[in-house]
Write a protein that binds this ligand. Structure first.
Ligand code: GDG
Length: 483
């Protein structure tokens, strides 16, 4: 029987409930099939202490966890540098925040090669390998260069921007060429797939062969949209469990005279938090019936705090929330309850269920699982309303939410008012359709449709090596290197 080998930057014990969309989805995939989960151990060793990353393996039920340590220099260049200071901002259309510094690309390639070398020693000929996310784009090319003939799929959890944005990365051609070392490349949305298709035809002279297959660089890759979902049954069970219900009743009681709005995310600039706070302020200004009533609970869990752009965002949020509360708060009411803390996963569903309106308004998001969790947690007899950014991947599936343009502060405030005023019948009708959508394309569907597609890829011309030249540096960077 073939074994599933999942590769992602971080690895978690699939028997424990993990926080974070990716960890939950991958744990589900591995719990269903058994197999191996490979990635970084989370440990940073002092530079030069071990030479290269030590491999650790441990058994977690049917799943082998195999992890590698990283040196400080490799971690900083690969994770903080290239992954999160180049790929994350550019893939979220934020060229203004990207830092194309020298050295990052070398570390990115070094770590991908290290992972490939360590993984090669653990692979069996029939293993199916499923690589996840932007940290590991060149992994298959490195594996192929070492003689790996296994079937390899890649799933990108974040958006793929249009050609003109992607092309701002000095190594864009190298990155896209690396994708052709996979048998199947999966995106979150049709929009991402279109961006890929346009890029490869315009920049790589690729031929579209039909059935989502593209030929370039002497290779054929299949690409598709596989929108990630949640485990709806598991989330509903969590809602009904004691912690979920305790939270729900506490919130209902505490806010019995108020209208509760909710936002939940990592504190990340892609999530549109300052714009959301401004829309909420406009709501209070334009619709004074919400004064002393509408209360926004905003959970912003700490994320990548050692990076400058995140520290700036933290300061901006503190200042915005402080000024809105200062301007509008009363002795017995504060408009915003802002928490820069992580909330236990078992409590989240109760919070979702108690909210009248969820504000899920990213400026750009691969999918956004919070939107789906909110729908799953609702009481279908008295459901809350989802206000969703049209720029979240989830908007392609969830058009029965109230869709907004988060850059349009006034427009979003009006839609929030519409959500607060929505009659019960309309709330029920919208919720029924949304629940149907998240059930039809849940996390089990995602895993199965991706792995079925990967198993069905035509592998006849996929076993040759893909040659990855050294990634080009932009001229300035090369000059710095030479200097
Ligand atoms: C990436 C892509 C894509 C959030 N705060 C807390 C907490 N969470 C949980 C949520 C949800 C997960 O984290 C967030 O998932 P999202 O999908 O909303 O966003 P990203 O973390 O940016 O995930 C995204 C996803 O990968 C999957 O492919 O959808 O587009 O950016 O599950 O509930 N969980 C706990 N406490 C918190 O304070 N326990």
């Amino acid at each position: 029987m073939t074994r599933l080998v999942v590769v992602s930057n971080r690895v978690a014990d699939p028997r424990k409930t993990a926080a974070g969309g990716l960890a939950v989805a991958l744990a589900d995939a591995l719990n269903t099939t058994g197999g191996m989960w490979f990635g970084w151990s989370g440990t940073i060793v002092k530079d030069g202490a071990t030479g290269e990353g030590e491999l650790h393996t441990q058994q977690a039920g049917d799943v082998t966890l195999a992890t590698v340590d990283l040196s400080q220099e490799d971690h900083d260049g690969y994770y903080l540098g290239y992954s999160n200071d180049v790929l994350w901002p550019v893939f979220h259309y934020r060229l203004d925040l990207a830092r194309f510094d020298a050295g990052h690309i070398d570390a990115y390639r070094r770590v991908n090669r290290l992972f490939a070398r360590k993984l090669m020693g653990l692979l069996k000929p029939d293993d199916i390998i499923w690589v996840h996310d932007y940290h590991l784009i060149p992994l298959a090319a490195e594996l192929r260069a070492m003689g790996c003939n296994n079937r390899i799929g890649f799933f990108l959890h974040i958006p793929l921007p249009p050609q003109t944005v992607l092309a701002a990365i000095p190594q864009h051609e190298w990155l896209v060429r690396a994708l052709f070392a996979y048998d199947l490349v999966g995106f979150q949305s049709e929009a991402d797939l279109i961006h890929f298709s346009r890029y490869v035809q315009a920049e790589a002279n690729a031929t579209a062969l039909g059935n989502d297959r593209f030929r370039a660089y002497n290779r054929t890759v299949r690409a598709g949209a596989f929108p990630i979902g949640i485990d709806v049954d598991e989330f509903q069970a969590l809602t009904q469990a004691k912690d979920g219900m305790d939270m729900y009743h506490r919130m209902k009681e505490e806010y019995s005279r108020r209208k509760l709005l909710l936002g939940v995310e990592r504190l990340d600039y892609s999530k549109g938090l300052p714009q959301r706070m401004r829309s909420f302020r406009t709501l209070l200004q334009k619709y004074p019936e919400n004064l002393n009533s509408a209360t926004l609970i905003q959970i912003a869990s700490p994320s990548r705090e050692d990076m400058g752009a995140y520290a700036d965002l933290l300061r901006e949020m503190e200042s915005l929330c402080g000024s809105i509360n200062g301007d509008y708060g009363e002795l017995d009411w504060m408009p915003i309850r802002y928490m820069h803390r992580n909330v236990a996963r078992k409590r989240l569903p109760g919070l979702y269920r108690a909210a009248r309106v969820a504000l899920v308004t990213p400026l750009r998001d691969g999918m956004n699982l919070v939107a789906k969790e909110f729908i799953a947690a609702q009481d279908e007899n008295d459901p809350g309303v989802l206000v969703l950014s049209r720029f979240a991947g989830a908007a392609e599936q969830l058009e029965h939410a109230l869709l907004v343009n988060p850059y349009d502060i006034d427009g979003t405030a009006e839609v929030i008012q519409q959500a607060l005023q929505m009659p019960l019948e309309e709330r029920q009708a919208r919720h029924e359709k949304l629940l149907y959508r998240i059930r039809r394309h849940d996390v089990h569907w995602w895993r199965k449709s991706f792995l079925d597609a990967l198993a069905g890829t035509d592998s006849t011309d996929q076993r040759n090596q893909v040659s990855l030249r050294k990634p080009p540096l932009n001229e300035d960077v090369s000059a710095v290197n030479r200097g």
